[in-house]
Design a protein around this ligand. Sequence first.
Ligand code: IPE
Ligand code: IPE
Ligand code: MG
Length: 242
Amino acid sequence: MGKNTTITDLPENLPEHIGFIMDGNGRWAKKRMMPRKFGHVEGAKTFKKIVRYCRDIGIRCISFYAFSTENWKRPDDEVHAIMNLFRQYIDECRQYFLEETRIVFLGDKSVLADDLRQKMIDIENDTKDYHEMTLLLAINYGGRDEIVHAAKTAALKVKSGEISADDITEDLFSRYLYTADYPDVDLLIRPSGEMRLSNYLIWQCAYSEFYFSDVLWPDFTPDELKKALVEYAGRSRRFGGV
Ligand code: IPE
Ligand code: IPE
Ligand code: MG
C-alpha cells in the first residue's frame, strides 16, 4: 500500500460511524525529547488528514476523543496548549463548509472558556444543515458524565409530567445523550497500544467492533485506517443473535 493509498481497494462493507481515541501524542513527543504539547500539535495534523480521508471514502459519521473529563488532571500548560489547538482548529475548519460537513461537539461545554464555548456554538450553528458527513468532536467528554446528564434530563421530565417513568426505554434514554441524532459506534479505533475505552462513548460502544494498534496517534495514517476497515469488514457482528 505505502504512499499510494487509493480508495478503490476498500471493502464494500464500511462502518457508518467510526470512533477514534486519539492517543499517544505525549509518548510521540517524549520519544523525540520534545515537550508533550508538540505531540498534540502533530496529533492535530493527523486528525485533519484522517477527517479528510474519511470524507473522501464516504464515511457518514466520525467521532474523535479530543479531551476527556479526566484530562483536566494534566499540567496547566498542557491543558492550555490543547485548548488553544481547539480554538485554532475551529477557526480553520470553516473550510469544511464547502464539503457539507456538520460539526457537533460531545461533552459538557459549560466549564470551558467563554470564547472557546462561543466558537463551538457558532460552528455548530453554521454547519447544522450539512448532512453529507458529521464530525463529532468530544471535548470535556466523559461517558459516565454523559449518562448522569441524560439521567438528570429524564428525571426532570418525569418531575414536570412531560413523560412518565415507564416511558423511559433505551431508545428514549439515548435521545438524551449528546449523540442523540447519531448512530452507535460501529468501529472503535484506539492507537498507541492501550486497550481500554477510557470513558469514551461507553453507551454507544455497547456492540462496537474494536481495533487496537500500536502506532502512536501522530504516526497514524490513512493506510492504518484502511487496515482497520479491512479487518472490520471481515468481522461477524451478531448483536447477541446467532
Ligand atoms: C492523547 O494523547 C491526547 C489527549 C488525551 C488530549 P496523550 O496526551 O494521552 O498521549 P500519551 O498517552 O501520554 O502518549
Ligand atoms: C483518552 O486518553 C482521552 C483522549 C484521547 C482524549 P488518555 O490518555 O487520557 O487515557 P488513559 O489515561 O491512558 O486511560
Ligand atoms: Mg494517553
